[in-house]
Design a protein around this ligand. Sequence first.
Ligand SMILES: O=P(O)(O)O[C@@H]1[C@@H](OP(=O)(O)O)[C@H](OP(=O)(O)O)[C@H](O)[C@H](OP(=O)(O)O)[C@H]1OP(=O)(O)O
Ligand SMILES: Nc1ncnc2c1ncn2[C@@H]1O[C@H](COP(=O)(O)OP(=O)(O)OP(=O)(O)O)[C@@H](O)[C@H]1O
Length: 288
Amino acid sequence: MVTTKSAVSAQLVYSGNANIVVQLPDADYLVRCCVRFDSIDKNNKYTLENIEYIKDQVRPLLGGCLVSLEPEFLKTDDLLLILRNFVPNCDTDEVIALKMEDLTRDTDETIKVDHFTKIHSTKDHHTIVWEFKPKWLCSSGSDPSLCRNCTHNKLKKRDIPYCYAMAIKDPAKVVSRCFSGQNVPERFLRDLRVYLGSEGSILVKLAAVQKRLALEAPQLNRLTSESDVTADLALLMALRDVSCFIRWEANGAISAKIVDVDLKPNSKWRHWATEQSKVDAHCEPVHH
Ligand SMILES: O=P(O)(O)O[C@@H]1[C@@H](OP(=O)(O)O)[C@H](OP(=O)(O)O)[C@H](O)[C@H](OP(=O)(O)O)[C@H]1OP(=O)(O)O
Ligand SMILES: Nc1ncnc2c1ncn2[C@@H]1O[C@H](COP(=O)(O)OP(=O)(O)OP(=O)(O)O)[C@@H](O)[C@H]1O
């Protein structure tokens, strides 16, 4: 059900490229506001479209792995101090946001490991939340061993000695490289290796969906206009840009959720084609 709530002193918790995440006073959840477009009205329209998209297209594929998302109608005035830093045109008095579970609740510290990875934990390390963007979990080009993640990292001059596509084949290697030098319990590392190696892991499920969609979607280097972007391709690109949160408790419990499954605008086709051509032409492609 949609409710109207006031946000007297909302706090900005995170900002991404296309969204901000806000803590409302006294709320035990977070809200996510789209800031991709230059006016609140445009962002609201996109959010309404996105809600339907997630319900109809994404949730059927990811089911319980996907964080719960509900619309939340807020007063622009209550978010203005934050929103005006991200959206130039505050042209309407209502902001349509998405209400979601706070997946890092109760944690006290966050370490940024690299561009794709953060570790959130309580001081006693009894709760650890591993947040990462797995990106492309399987190749879709003619060379199945070419790793888009690692090659793209080279292209962007990111020196990261592992990627999440590797975690499908060799979870132990990724766990040891990602957490090398981090102060985390051995039991956590052991549980994580077992979890990632299981058929039910969030990465295995996401990889399977990406692989299926990649079989149907057109190749990025063949795109010539927005109209070449099929529904499967837009969905595939959304699923290649999600974040995963794996939450571990000292009693061994593990829960995992996916966030950020937003509808990608078809107008991004040129960016996708350009990145693909740069990866294809890279002088040091990475295979694994
Ligand atoms: O193209 P890529 O692989 O560089 O991905 C972009 C991301 O770059 P990164 O993964 O960090 O290297 C990029 O992330 P950053 O802003 O670099 O953190 C965005 O997620 C972008 O999507 P959107 O425009 O916000 O919807 C992402 O664009 P999409 O390709 O997912 O549309
Ligand atoms: N449910 C959640 N619980 C806790 N933190 C969250 C949650 N959702 C998002 N975040 C945090 O907010 C950040 C930005 O969120 P999100 O990924 O939705 O924005 P984005 O603009 O799409 O980011 P990007 O451009 O990196 O794809 C995330 O990296 C994460 O740290």
